[in-house]
Design a binder for this molecule. Structure first.
Ligand SMILES: Cc1cc2nc3c(=O)[nH]c(=O)nc-3n(C[C@H](O)[C@H](O)[C@H](O)COP(=O)(O)OP(=O)(O)OC[C@H]3O[C@@H](n4cnc5c(N)ncnc54)[C@H](O)[C@@H]3O)c2cc1C
Ligand code: FES
Length: 269
C-alpha cells in the first residue's frame, strides 16, 4: 500500500484560472497513493534556501487517465510566486499525500459543498469526485468579485451557486448568506437529517457556517488551512483548539478535515 513519499515530478501545465489564482498540473507517479479530496501535499518551491519551509496546498484534482494531479493556488508571497514561474517540463518537489480526506456522504444524504478564497481547490475536487460516484452535489463558491472566480462548468462540478461580495457575478454577499437562503428556500426542515455540509475557506466563514449548521441540525465537515511548519506532526505549529480533554489537534495529521463540532471556534469568529 503506497504511503507518504517525496516525488520530483514534471509540471504538465501552470495557468491562470482567476485573478491571482493559478492551477498547477503535474505528473502523478503510478506508484504514488491516489490522493483523495481534502488531502494535501507540500511543495518545496525552490532548490535554494528561500523559502526554507515546504508550503502546503490541497489537491484540487486527480486524473487516473493521464496520471496527473493539480492544485489551485493564490499568489501570496515568495513560494507561490516561485510556483507561478514554473513551466511545463520544470520539476516540482512534492511530499504527499498528507492529512485526512472528506468522508464521502452516506447514500440518500444531500451534500452541500461550500468554498471561499483558497478553499476552492479541495471543494472542486470533492464535487468532481461525487459526480463521478453519480452523486449530484450543490456547490456554493465565494469570491470578492467576478474576477476571483475560476470557470465552474456544471458538467464538471454540478449545480454551482457563485457568490461575490460586490455583486459583480452571481449572488451578492457571502457564501454563508447564500447558504442560509438556499436552506430556507429548500425547506431545510424537511431535509435537515439528510444534508451534510463540506467546507473549506477562511476561518470566519467556517465558524459562521458551523453556527448555521448547528442551528439547522446539519453535520458539517471543515477542511482547515492553518499555517504550518513541518506538516508531518512534529512541531505543533498547526495546532488548533478542539473541544474535549485533548484541547489541541494538529491540523496536518489529525486534520485538515474535522467535524465542525469538534473544533473550539471561539478564536475564529
Ligand atoms: C492544509 C492546507 C491546504 C492549503 N491549500 C491551499 C490551496 O489549495 N491553495 C492555496 O492557494 N493555498 C493553500 N494553502 C495556503 C498556502 O499554504 C499558503 O498560501 C502558502 O504557504 C503561501 O506561501 P508564500 O510563500 O507564497 O506566502 P507567505 O510569504 O508564506 O505568506 C504570504 C501571506 O499569506 C498568508 N498565509 C500564509 N499561509 C496561509 C494560510 N495557510 N492561510 C491563510 N493565509 C496564509 C500569510 O499570513 C501572509 O500574509 C493551504 C494551507 C494549508 C495548511
Ligand atoms: S505543522 Fe508541524 S505539527 Fe503540524
Amino acid at each position: 500500500m503506497p504511503s507518504l513519499a517525496r516525488y520530483l515530478t514534471p509540471v504538465l501545465s501552470n495557468r491562470s484560472v482567476a485573478d491571482e489564482f493559478y492551477e498547477l498540473q503535474f505528473h502523478w507517479p503510478a506508484e504514488a497513493a491516489v490522493p483523495r479530496p481534502g488531502q494535501f501535499l507540500t511543495i518545496r518551491s525552490s532548490a535554494g534556501s528561500v523559502p526554507l519551509l515546504r508550503r502546503p496546498f490541497a489537491f484540487s484534482r486527480y486524473d487516473r487517465d493521464d496520471n496527473s494531479a493539480r492544485i489551485i493556488y493564490q499568489l501570496r508571497g515568495t513560494a507561490t510566486a516561485q510556483l507561478a514561474a514554473k513551466r511545463p517540463f520544470d520539476t516540482v518537489d512534492v511530499l504527499a499525500p498528507l492529512g485526512t480526506a472528506f468522508p464521502l456522504p452516506e447514500p440518500d444524504t444531500r451534500p452541500i459543498l461550500i468554498a471561499g478564497g483558497i478553499g476552492i481547490g479541495p471543494i472542486l475536487f470533492l464535487a468532481r469526485t461525487l459526480l463521478g460516484h453519480a452523486v449530484a452535489p450543490r456547490v456554493l463558491i465565494g469570491a470578492r468579485s467576478a474576477g476571483g472566480l475560476p470557470p465552474l462548468p456544471a458538467e464538471e462540478y454540478g449545480d454551482v451557486i457563485a457568490c461575490t461580495d460586490d455583486g459583480s457575478y452571481g449572488h451578492r454577499g457571502t457564501v454563508v448568506e447564500a447558504l442560509r437562503s438556499y436552506l430556507d428556500t429548500t425547506s431545510i426542515s424537511n431535509y435537515s437529517g439528510e444534508s451534510v455540509l463540506y467546507l473549506c475557506g477562511p476561518g470566519p466563514m467556517l465558524a459562521a457556517a458551523h453556527r448555521l449548521a448547528l442551528e439547522c441540525g446539519i453535520t458539517a465537515y471543515v477542511a482547515l488551512e492553518q499555517t504550518m511548519g513541518c506538516a508531518v506532526g512534529a512541531c505543533m505549529g498547526c495546532a488548533v483548539r478542539v473541544r474535549g480533554p485533548e484541547r489541541y489537534a494538529r491540523v496536518c495529521t489529525e486534520g485538515p478535515v474535522f467535524d465542525s463540532r469538534s473544533i473550539d471556534w471561539r478564536s475564529s469568529s
